[in-house]
Ligand binder design. Structure first.
Ligand SMILES: Nc1nc2c(ncn2[C@@H]2O[C@H](COP(=O)(O)OP(=O)(O)OP(=O)(O)O)[C@@H](O)[C@H]2O)c(=O)[nH]1
Ligand SMILES: [Mg+2]
Length: 205
């Protein structure tokens, strides 16, 4: 199978909302999750770049949808986090709706990485995201982030619990622990992305 070099990833463009994304072509993989879950940090760890995606201690930092290119036709999308408490209710609802539409309608979307803090997994909005992804027949990689915050045993316990809890969704969902700090799970992430991106090459043959 093709192994892409994620270290070569570069910024492509930003979009203010889902309706202003670039052309629906190639293969796109989205990073979604609650505000502060560690999406931008996960992207930076994957690409081995300190500030490719902007990170912050203040939740709700990433307002724009940022697109990155691993190589031509292979794009990673850093979506703004959902569920940020300080955002007005009406805006939250609108953003959730836009996310749902994006998952259902974006043709080039071939996989979704859903990130959840390992200490707070499977909140309502996370479950909603999983449900949308599964109903759109998109494969999901669930990353339990900040795994360095738990002991080895606490980590295994949570991974096991989440693996069981997602069975009722009946989707193509893989669950892994992730830590940008301790470099846990980065290999699992790149292997999954390689698999999803491999379609780009299959299409050209
Ligand atoms: N200990 C630890 N902290 C992490 C890890 N990943 C992210 N963080 C911290 O969590 C906070 C939020 O990380 P971001 O990557 O900005 O989160 P985000 O999901 O992109 O947040 P929004 O863009 O606001 O939706 C930052 O303070 C990060 O340093 C990790 O693996 N370990
Ligand atoms: Mg972010």
């Amino acid at each position: 199978m093709m192994k892409l070099n994620y270290h070569k990833t570069h910024f492509l463009t930003s979009a203010p909302d889902i309706r202003h994304l670039p052309e629906d072509s190639g293969v796109e993989i989205a990073f979604a999750g609650r505000s502060n879950a560690g999406k931008s940090t996960a992207l930076n760890a994957l690409t081995n770049q300190k500030s490719l995606a902007r990170t912050s201690k203040t939740p709700g930092r990433t307002q724009l949808i940022n697109l990155f290119e691993v190589e031509p036709n292979c794009k990673l999308v850093d979506l703004p986090g959902y569920g940020y408490a300080a955002v007005p209710e009406q805006m939250k609802i609108q953003w959730q709706k836009a996310l749902g539409e994006y998952l259902q309608k974006r043709q080039c979307l071939r996989g979704v990485v859903i990130l959840m803090d390992i200490r707070h997994p499977l909140k309502d909005l996370d479950q909603q995201m999983i449900e949308w992804a599964v109903s759109a027949e998109l494969p999901v990689l669930l990353l339990l982030t900040k795994a360095d915050k738990l002991s080895q045993s606490g980590r295994s316990k949570t991974v096991k619990m989440v693996r069981e809890a997602i069975l009722p969704f009946q989707g193509d969902i893989q669950v892994e622990a992730y830590s940008a700090l301790n470099k846990i799970g980065i290999d699992k992430l790149s292997a999954k992305l390689d698999l999803w991106f491999s379609e780009v090459y299959a299409d050209n043959e």
